[in-house]
Design a protein around this ligand. Structure first.
Ligand SMILES: NC(=O)C1=CN([C@@H]2O[C@H](COP(=O)(O)OP(=O)(O)OC[C@H]3O[C@@H](n4cnc5c(N)ncnc54)[C@H](O)[C@@H]3O)[C@@H](O)[C@H]2O)[C@@H](O)CC1
Ligand SMILES: [K+]
Length: 503
């Protein structure tokens, strides 16, 4: 499913009208009619329905919905919010009137209190065109709607929620359902704004699909995508051809992180795995997995430090960062890995801190670099505060990935994977059970294995993120709860997920 910004959507709109010749009024009629059909199952024939129509084209869609419902005998009153209607909105207000529809004025004295009698409120006040802080009478109307008990159904966006990011976001209609035209907008996946949509679904209005696909900078990565792209394990493959991975990490205080990442890499299909860690950490890792091999790396005071003997030439992909600590001597090791490895390198956790002062290193690499920050680590890399990152995750992730030419995995409820060319894939698997220490280590291990078995790094990463979330989902469906789920449990979930994918 594509995810489109307001700018991309307006361009598709322009193309449909100017290049194809579908007029704006036909699009509006199609939108209103299709949305009314979706709403009907949620509305009772005796319900008192108010359709709040703004002055832009979102309001125009509202008048088509109002006319459609009126024509089918529903108890509908349209309400005009804001003045100076667009030509198409004015046309459909007129058609609704001519069919006998009544338009109430939101600014009439007692109108807002009469909203309390509504069973259903259809919100067609503001859509893609909302800009800046909300003005009267939208502000009062939104507050009045949110204080009723009515079922609230929004057209395209809940009024007040911007399409692209939550930077200017203050208040909005709290919808129970939102019927989104053609494709979801980024704010349906952003923490601050997503809850205002309620449940949502997309409604096709006949916009040119291929053109929309070419315009969209982002899309969700689904089970079908995973099945389509997941590499088939070849009958004549062997441990050497399934990838030799190198996992560098762990210190005396954090041996678990590298253990979990290693277990995950092996469970996700890595042919061979070498763990580079402190000699005193090796027994602890070994006690959990007999399949890994080890290389002792130099250490001081219980943490890894840089060593000239480091040899990364024998591997197909390298992961570094987990459990390493943030000291300068350790950072030098991470930088050496980035400089020397001519294969994909994934940095996680402390590894992300190590490169903060040397981001140019990333741009200088020829082979793919993958960074897997959670929001705190991403904010650190970008020099922004976490709340700002959470308001603009799509834009900020894209900026970082394109400037530093990395594959960026911004972890969250909807993990956003961004390629160096700015393409974004959004993951929708996973649940709050993953919000625990160790989940990220497991993800890094899975990604290491995926990167070695797949030609296209973006697909490999998106598949890994999907699989990681899905493992948590199947465990919560079958045996565990979000409460008790542990990162180490995910290994068991992987078995079911991989079996599903290969069916
Ligand atoms: N291709 C598409 O996506 C199509 C979109 N249509 C509809 O058209 C909508 C976009 O229409 P518009 O571009 O006219 O925009 P909107 O109707 O979303 O909003 C524009 C109106 O909102 C007012 N406004 C903007 N910011 C405000 C603020 N902060 N406080 C108070 N008022 C504010 C403006 O003065 C203007 O009257 C979509 O959301 C959708 O519902 C459909 O009609 C058909 C096709
Ligand atoms: K709306």
């Amino acid at each position: 499913m594509y995810i489109v910004t307001a700018k991309e959507m307006y361009e598709v709109d322009r193309y449909a009208m100017e290049d194809i010749g579908i007029s704006g009024s036909i699009l509006m009629e199609s939108a209103g009619r299709a949305i009314a059909e979706k709403m009907k199952p949620l509305i009772g024939t005796t319900d008192r329905i108010f359709v709040l129509c703004g002055s832009g084209n979102n309001g125009g869609d509202g008048y088509v919905v109002a006319r459609t419902l009126l024509n089918e005998g529903y108890d509908v009153t349209a309400v005009q919010v804001g003045r100076n209607l667009t030509a198409d909105a004015a046309l459909y207000q007129q058609l609704y009137n001519r069919l006998g529809g009544h338009v109430a004025d939101v600014e009439a004295d007692t109108f807002l209190s009469s909203l309390e009698s509504a069973d259903v409120i259809i919100d067609a006040m503001l859509g893609l065109g909302v800009r800046g802080a909300l003005r009267s009478p939208y502000t009062e109307t939104i507050q009045a709607v949110n204080s009723t008990d009515a079922l609230v159904l929004a057209v395209d966006l809940p009024s007040g929620v911007p399409a692209d990011d939550a930077a200017d976001f203050r208040e909005a209609i709290q919808a129970d359902y939102t019927f989104i035209i053609e494709a979801p907008k980024p704010t349906a996946f952003i923490q601050k704004t997503a809850p205002f949509y309620g449940k949502w679904e997309t409604v096709s209005i006949g916009l040119p699909a291929a053109y929309l696909g070419r315009q969209a900078g982002a899309r969700t990565w689904t089970k079908e995508d995973v099945k389509r792209t997941f590499p088939v394990r070849q009958p004549f493959s062997h441990k050497g051809t399934n990838g030799k991975g190198f996992l560098i990490g762990g210190g005396t205080e954090m041996p678990g992180s590298v253990t979990m990442a290693s277990m995950a890499a092996l469970r996700a299909g890595a042919g061979l795995l070498t763990v580079g860690t402190l000699p005193q950490v090796i027994p602890s890792v070994l006690s959990h997995l007999a399949e890994a091999t080890f290389t002792s790396l130099a250490g001081e005071n219980g943490v890894l430090v840089d060593t000239e003997n480091l040899d990364v030439s024998a591997y197909d992909a390298v992961v570094a960062g987990m459990g390493m600590g943030r000291g300068e001597d350790t950072a030098a090791l991470t930088k050496r890995v980035l400089e020397q490895a001519e294969v994909p390198v994934l940095l996680d956790a402390d590894g992300l801190y190590h490169i903060k002062s040397d981001l140019e290193l990333l741009r200088n690499r020829q082979a793919p670099t993958i960074l897997t920050p959670h929001p705190g680590e991403m904010a650190m890399l970008l020099d922004v505060k976490v709340p700002q990152l959470l308001e603009q995750p799509f834009e900020l992730a894209r900026k970082f990935a394109t400037v530093y030419q990395v594959y960026l995995v911004l972890k969250g409820t909807y993990t956003i994977v961004t390629a160096p060319d700015g393409t974004q894939l959004v993951n929708t698997t996973g649940n709050p059970g993953l919000g625990k220490g160790g989940s990220g280590d497991v993800l890094s291990g899975i990604l290491l294995a995926m990167l070695m078995q797949h030609e296209d790094p973006l697909e490999a990463i998106a598949n890994g993120v999907y699989v990681h979330g899905r493992a948590a989902d199947v465990l919560v469906e079958d045996a565990h709860s979000q409460q008790d789920l542990l990162a180490t449990d995910l290994m068991k979930g992987l078995a079911k997920v991989f079996r599903d994918i290969s069916l």
